[in-house]
Every structure is written in structure tokens, then in C-alpha cells.
Design a protein around this ligand. Structure first.
Ligand code: ADP
Ligand code: MG
Ligand code: ZN
Length: 613
């Protein structure tokens, strides 16, 4: 890029020089005071009259002075010579001078003829540069594009990573391997060659890998798996070769392959083109890792969120045998991450980050970073001096449910249907024991949804019981039940609820063994299909079982709907009360909802309600 820029500017110089030359020329050759123009006839009659003193011919122009020293000029046809114009006339007394017009404008001519010439040269030059630079590109195609981290730049360290304690402990060991390899080799221990970080997107895998490099203070070759996969077959493999060669030269160091699943998928699984390339690249990685000498102090780190699709050969001992799982952050970790990402943001004094952490179960580190940023944006757009608790909470809603879409106006009927629908969810969920507490009910559209009922668990959950699933199903179908009950028919509103409920019911049967079909898993334990591997996927159960599964799923759904309908029938007065309130207010916070439900024992919790600023 830089090269072409340079050529562009030299072209510019040439043009500027040409312009300056022209300017200078015209400045030093000011046009003389113009003689008066006369017709050819006048000129000829002047000659006949014998008053012409001198004649000067410049191309088609004839300048002449009279005996009275007056200056005139006239124009003849270019091709016609002066003698032809004068014809038979006698001009022996007149001093005639023919000026070579070419000579007079030599410099102008030079510049004028030079400009296109220079332009062409400049253009050729430019083209040549382009050609060579793309040539270079073609030549460096097989070179790895790994970026080495710059030690000058602000280093990421473990301090920048909140939570992930176990992962950090393991990685501290890796840092130690790199710093003091002798300590381990003298004990006869083999230094691990490959470490793979496994975790959901946004849980900080890339961040941790950077932190390892920062802590170890060693070169860090950073490349993403997708960069190996190029248009041309063989490029990936040659890039791998080049990358490992560079790394060995710079040992001790770390090679970090981000998103390794892009190249590390099960071999022989691809459909159509492209998989050959991936296989070659993967084979090359394996070969290189096997080829490390015992004392090569290069550690290969990789990150993926799809460990299930990785080729087993990658995970074999001696390759990526260290597997570090990075979980989604728990409450404490979330609070710590919030602290990290609000470090450089002015916070209101009464802020309670722990409360925010409790309201964000399931958030990844990246989600929390996003949340903190949204809050700052919100505060700034309201011209506030600091970020308040309210800003943070609004942002949770935005991150969880999408931004409010106040412009999507529901008509009266739609509003009513949505209100009963959401109230149905809320009441069923509220009255069933295993459901999470209702946090907020809203009929303001967000994203694709017309309304939302937001349940919030009191703590992070790791295990779910069958009863919990059944209760959640009933609550999911609460919207459907309420619509049928009040309006006698359903709208398209519950469609998404139905999909989620059906998926859940099916998983209960086929994945968790929570039905009459017993403790068996039906189908692949891998529900994430990726094209190719499961293309010719064979069901591992018979047609009979398939129809039984369908029946069982239907039965579970039927029961759940019955439970929901019964609860709503028993609480019809509350359903009307809450829905009416929802129609007029559009949003019901937890304490408002509970008050309407008339539950006093929940009062304690409602005290926790956030103090508004
Ligand atoms: P991944 O590679 O796992 O998809 P990243 O490492 O790219 O995720 O994380 C995205 C961003 O989320 C990071 O830049 C960081 O700001 C934030 N983040 C994630 N996890 C943490 C954490 N444990 N502590 C602090 N910030 C985190
Ligand atoms: Mg990443
Ligand atoms: Zn719904």
C-alpha cells in the first residue's frame, strides 16, 4: 500500500513541475502590447499606398508597421505564403522578416509535449509498482501471516482477566515452562506441546492467550484458523510450515491458533470442495507438532468454542493434550469483570455492581463488556456526569432482550392480546414452584418480540430437574393458554414459545431420559450438525421408537398446557387484574407484579428493589 502511495505522489510532483514551468515561461514572456487588427484588404491597400515600412510574418499572422510607426496585423490563410498574398505587388522597399513560430514557443512546446509523455511514464511506473507489489504478494502467499505481538504495546496480563481461576492456574504453569524449562526437564518431565482453550464465545479465550504471552514476555505468534484456509490448495499447509519455522527460530515462544475449529475439524467430513485444503493444513499442523525436538521450547496454544467437532488426532497425547475449559463466569467473576470494564468509566457513588452481577446469569465476559459500554453510552447520551445503577440495569435489558422498539405501535387489540399473553407466562411461572422468579413483564416490543416476561434465577444453576423442566414448559405455554382462554383462539404470538417448548420437550425425551421411554439417548449426542459429517446421518433408533418419541413429546406438551390452563382458570381474576395494569402501564417491575398477585410473603424480596437515582 505504501509503495503505491509513493508513486502517486511522484506523479503529482511531475504535474506540479510542469505547471510551474508553464507559469514561469508565461511570466517571462509577457505578451507585447497588441497591435491593431486590420483586414487583409486594408493591409494590401496599405502596401499599394506605399506606407508599409516593415512586415513580420509569424505563421498565419502578418504584423506590419507603417511609415508613421503605427503597428497593425492581419491574418492570412496558413498555407498561403506572403508572396502569394502580395501577388504582383511591388514590395522591394519593404523590409520583410519571417519569424519561425516554432522557435519562439520552444519552451512552451517542450512543456506541452512533455506533459503527456511524463504522464505516460508516470503511469507505467505506477503499473510496474503495482505489478511488483502484487507479485510480492503472490510470492508471500505461502508465508504465514502470523502477527507477532509488540512488546512495546500495553501488555495484557492475568490482571486483565477476571475469574477463570482454574484456567489461570494451569496457564501460569505454561508461563513457567516457557520461563524456566530446565526446572521441568531436569525432573524428566516433558513440557507439554499443545494447550487448547475450550469455552463458549466471549468467555475470554483470546484474552487469556494474550495474557499468557504478556506474562511470559516471549514472542507470541498469533494467527486465526481461518487464515490458513485460502482460495488455493496447499497455501494453508505451507503457511503452517512457515509459521513453525519462524517460531522455532524465535524459541522460546508461543504460537496461538485462534478458532482452530476452522482447520481442525474431523478429517474426511467435508462435503464438496475445500476439505482437502483443510485436511492438508491439519495434517501439516500435526506433523509439525510431532516434529518438535524434545528441547524445542515452543508451546502451541489454540482456542475453540467447538471442541466437539475437532479431529480426535488433534487431542491425542503429545499434541493438544492439555485442555483448559473456560466456563461462563459465575456471580463473583461477573462482578469482577464488571469492575474491570468500569475501571475507566465514572460511576455514580451508590453503585452496586454485585446486584448487576446477580441480574446477569449466563452472561459471558464479552456480554458484560458490552453491557458496561451500553451503560456508558446511555449515560453520555443523557448528558450525565457518571454512569448510574439505572443505566446499567437498562443496559442489561437491552443486552438480554434487545433495545425497546417504541416506534412499533401496537393497536388496541394487539396490545390486549400481548398483555394477556405475557401475563399468562408470568402468572403460571410465578405460581409454579420450580420456575425462576418473575423479574419484569413488558408489552413494549423489543427485537422481534411484541412483549416479554423476564424470569431471573436467584443464583446460577448447573443442574435442572425434571420437575423444573415441566414447570418451565407450563410457563412457556402460559401465553398460549391465556390467549385461548380469553380470546377463544390463538394468534401468531405464541409461535416462538411453542418452538422453544417443543424443543425442550423433545430434549427431555431424547437427551435427558426424562420420560416413559427410559434412560436412553436417542439420536446423536451431538445435536449440532455440521454439514458433511451428519449428511448421511443414520438414526440410531427404529421407526417405532421414532413414533413413540413423537407421541411422548406430544403428551408432555399436552400435560404442560393443561397445567397452565388450570392455573390460569383458578386465577382468572388475577389474570384480568395484571393484564389490565399491564395495558395501562406497559411495564411491570417485580414488586408491582407481586403486589398485584397479592403475595405478602414475597415482600422481603421486593425490598431489594433497586434504589433509583
Ligand atoms: P473469546 O475469544 O473466548 O471468544 P475474547 O477473549 O475475545 O473471547 O473476549 C472478548 C472480550 O470480552 C474481551 O476482549 C474482554 O474484554 C471481555 N472478557 C471476556 N472474558 C473476560 C474476563 N474473564 N475478564 C475480563 N474481560 C473479559
Ligand atoms: Mg476469540
Ligand atoms: Zn410468549
Amino acid at each position: 500500500m505504501q509503495k503505491t502511495k509513493k508513486t502517486n505522489s511522484s506523479l503529482g510532483y511531475i504535474i506540479i513541475i510542469a505547471l510551474v514551468l508553464t507559469l514561469v515561461y508565461t511570466m517571462f514572456n509577457p505578451s507585447p502590447t497588441a497591435p491593431e487588427k486590420v483586414t487583409l484588404d486594408t493591409f494590401l491597400s496599405d502596401i499599394d499606398g506605399g506606407i508599409v515600412d516593415t512586415i513580420e510574418v509569424q505563421g498565419s499572422k502578418i504584423y506590419y508597421t507603417t511609415t508613421g510607426d503605427a503597428e497593425f496585423y492581419t491574418v492570412k490563410e496558413t498555407s498561403e505564403s506572403l508572396t502569394a498574398v502580395l501577388g504582383e505587388r511591388d514590395y522591394t522597399d519593404i523590409q520583410i522578416e519571417v519569424v519561425d513560430t516554432e522557435a519562439g514557443s520552444f519552451w512552451v512546446e517542450l512543456v506541452i509535449s512533455a506533459v503527456p509523455f511524463l504522464l505516460i511514464i508516470g503511469f507505467l511506473f505506477f503499473m510496474m509498482r503495482q505489478a511488483t507489489s502484487s507479485n510480492n504478494q503472490a510470492l508471500s502467499f505461502g508465508k504465514s501471516q502470523a502477527r507477532i505481538n509488540d512488546p512495546e504495546k500495553k501488555k495484557t496480563t492475568f490482571k486483565d482477566v477476571a475469574g477463570a481461576k482454574e484456567a489461570k492456574e494451569e496457564l501460569i504453569e505454561v508461563v513457567d515452562f516457557l520461563k524456566n524449562p530446565n526446572k521441568y526437564t531436569s525432573m524428566g518431565a516433558k513440557i507439554p506441546k499443545g494447550v487448547i482453550l475450550v469455552g463458549a464465545p466471549g468467555t475470554g479465550k483470546t484474552l487469556l492467550a494474550r495474557a499468557v504471552a504478556g506474562e511470559a514476555g516471549v514472542p507470541f505468534f498469533n494467527i486465526s484458523g481461518s487464515e490458513f484456509v485460502e482460495m488455493f490448495v496447499g497455501v494453508g499447509a505451507s503457511r503452517v510450515r512457515d509459521l513453525f519455522k519462524k517460531a522455532k527460530r524465535n524459541a522460546p515462544c508461543i504460537i496461538f491458533i485462534d478458532e482452530i475449529d476452522a482447520v481442525g475439524r474431523h478429517r474426511g467430513a467435508g462435503m464438496g470442495g475445500g476439505h482437502d485444503e483443510r485436511e492438508q493444513t491439519l495434517n501439516q499442523i500435526l506433523t509439525e507438532m510431532d516434529g518438535f525436538e524434545q528441547d524445542t521450547n515452543v508451546i502451541v496454544m489454540a482456542a475453540t468454542n467447538r471442541p466437539d467437532v475437532l479431529d480426535p488426532a488433534l487431542l491425542r497425547p503429545g499434541r493438544f493434550d492439555r485442555r483448559i475449559v473456560i466456563d461462563r463466569p459465575d456471580i463473583e467473576d461477573r462482578e469482577e469483570i464488571l469492575h474491570i470494564h468500569t475501571r475507566n468509566k465514572p460511576l455514580a457513588k451508590n453503585i452496586d455492581l454485585n446486584k448487576i452481577a446477580r441480574q446477569t446469569p449466563g452472561f459471558s465476559g464479552a456480554d458484560i463488556e458490552n453491557l458496561a459500554n451500553e451503560a456508558a453510552i446511555l449515560a453520555a447520551s443523557n448528558n450525565k456526569k457518571s454512569v448510574s445503577q439505572k443505566d446499567l440495569e437498562k443496559s442489561i435489558e437491552k443486552v438480554v432482550m434487545g433495545p425497546e422498539r417504541k416506534s412499533r405501535v401496537l393497536n388496541k387489540k394487539e396490545k390486549e392480546i400481548t398483555a394477556y399473553h405475557e401475563t399468562g407466562h408470568a402468572i403460571v411461572g410465578h405460581l409454579l414452584p420450580e420456575c425462576d422468579p418473575v423479574h419484569k413483564v413488558s408489552i413494549i416490543s423489543r427485537g422481534m418480540a411484541l412483549g416479554v416476561t423476564w424470569f431471573l434465577p436467584e443464583e446460577d444453576k448447573h443442574l435442572y430437574s425434571k420437575t423444573k423442566f415441566e414447570n418451565e414448559l407450563a410457563s412457556l405455554l402460559g401465553g398460549y393458554a391465556a390467549e385461548t382462554m380469553i380470546f377463544g383462539e390463538v394468534s401468531t404470538g405464541p409461535s416462538n414459545d411453542l418452538k422453544r417448548a417443543t424443543d425442550m420437550a423433545r430434549k427431555m425425551v431424547t437427551k435427558y431420559g426424562m420420560s416413559g421411554l427410559g434412560a436412553t439417548i436417542y439420536g446423536d449426542e451431538n445435536d449440532e450438525v455440521f454439514l458433511g459429517k451428519d449428511f448421511g446421518h443414520v438414526r440410531n433408533y427404529s421407526e417405532q421408537v421414532a413414533s413413540k418419541i413423537d407421541e411422548t413429546v406430544q403428551a408432555i406438551m399436552g400435560t404442560a398446557l393443561k397445567v397452565a390452563t388450570t392455573i390460569l382458570k383458578e386465577n382468572e381474576d388475577k389474570l384480568h387484574k395484571v393484564a389490565k395494569e399491564l395495558i395501562s402501564k406497559e411495564n411491570l417491575a417485580r414488586n408491582e407484579f407481586i403486589k398485584l398477585m397479592g403475595d405478602l410473603e414475597e415482600k422481603q424480596e421486593s425490598e431489594e428493589e433497586i434504589t433509583e437515582d
